[in-house]
Design a protein around this ligand. Structure first.
Ligand SMILES: [Ca+2]
Ligand SMILES: [Ca+2]
Length: 255
C-alpha cells in the first residue's frame, strides 16, 4: 500500500493498491485528524479505488486451409480480427494437385478467464465459428472447417491424433466426418504425406492394404506406428474390420 503521509501532517488522501489474483488482501483506510490549525474542516477520502487488472492470455490459433488466395483465412477472436499466415510445409493437396493445404497461424490475445469466440472467414463464403470456454496461456489450438467454400462450423482438432488432424482431401473435405470423406484422402505424419488406408506403406491404396489390415487384426503381422495410423481408413481412431472393408469399398466404387 502506498499511502502517503504528507508533510508534517498525518493524513492520507489517496492510495494506490495493486492486488494479485488469488491472494487475499486487506486494505485499511486511515484518516488521521490534523493538528494544524490552518487546516479547517475534516480530512476526507473523496474517492478511493483499487482493483486488479486482468492480465492478457496469449495463445496460438491454427487453421487448416488451402493456400489459394480466396481461401486464405482470417480469424476474429471476440472483437479483434487477426490475419493468419502460413506455418510450415504443406500437409496435403487435392487430387488434381491444384490446391495445396497448410496450417495457418495467428497469435492472439484475450483477457484471462474470458470465454473465446472464434470466427474463421475467407474471401469465399466460409464463416466457421466455434466457442471455447477458456484457453490456456501459450496454448496452441488447432481448427478446421469441413467446407472451405461455405462451412459454418469450425471443428476443434487440438486433441486429435496428428494423422486425424492433418487429414485433407479437398476444400470441401478438410475434416473427416463421414465415409464420403475417405478415398484418395491423405494425411501428414512427421512432415511426410501419406495416403490414408496405405497399411503396407507402398504409397498406393490396393487390396493388399485391406489384406494387411486383416492380417494385423488377426495378429499375423505387426504394423509400424505409421502403418497403424494409415490403417484407420475411417479415422475413428481405431483399426477395425470396418477399415479393411472400407478400403475394399473404396477400391470397388472409387469416390
Ligand atoms: Ca498400399
Ligand atoms: Ca477405423
Amino acid at each position: 500500500m502506498n499511502g502517503e503521509a504528507q508533510g508534517t501532517h498525518n493524513y492520507i488522501d489517496a492510495a494506490t493498491v495493486t492486488l494479485q489474483e488469488g491472494i487475499e488482501s486487506e486494505v485499511y483506510i486511515v484518516v488521521f485528524p490534523t493538528a494544524d490549525p490552518s487546516i479547517t474542516g475534516r480530512s476526507e477520502v473523496q474517492e478511493f479505488s483499487f482493483g486488479y487488472t486482468t492480465p492478457d492470455v496469449n495463445f496460438t490459433v491454427m487453421f487448416k486451409s488451402s493456400s489459394s488466395s480466396r481461401y486464405v483465412p482470417t480469424v476474429k477472436v471476440n472483437d479483434t480480427e487477426y490475419k493468419m499466415t502460413k506455418d510450415g510445409d504443406y500437409i496435403g493437396a487435392n487430387a488434381t494437385k491444384t490446391q495445396k493445404y497448410y496450417w495457418y497461424k495467428a497469435t492472439v490475445s484475450v483477457k484471462e478467464g474470458e470465454s473465446v469466440a472464434l470466427l474463421f472467414t475467407n474471401s469465399y463464403s466460409m464463416r466457421a465459428s466455434i466457442n471455447l470456454s477458456e484457453v490456456s496461456a501459450n496454448g496452441v489450438y488447432y481448427f478446421g472447417a469441413d467446407n472451405l467454400n461455405s462451412g459454418t462450423t469450425a471443428v476443434d482438432l487440438t486433441n486429435a491424433d496428428e494423422y486425424v488432424r492433418n487429414f485433407v482431401k479437398s476444400s470441401t473435405h478438410m475434416v473427416y466426418n463421414e465415409a464420403a470423406d475417405a478415398g484418395v484422402a491423405t494425411t501428414s505424419i512427421g512432415g511426410v504425406i501419406y495416403k490414408m488406408g496405405d497399411a503396407d506403406e507402398d504409397n498406393t491404396v490396393s487390396v493388399l492394404d485391406s489384406t494387411t489390415i486383416q492380417l494385423a487384426l488377426a495378429g499375423k503381422t505387426e504394423l509400424s506406428e505409421t502403418a497403424s495410423d494409415l490403417s484407420d481408413f475411417d479415422l475413428d481412431s481405431t483399426t477395425s474390420i470396418m477399415d479393411a472393408t472400407n478400403v475394399q469399398v473404396y477400391l470397388a466404387i472409387g469416390n
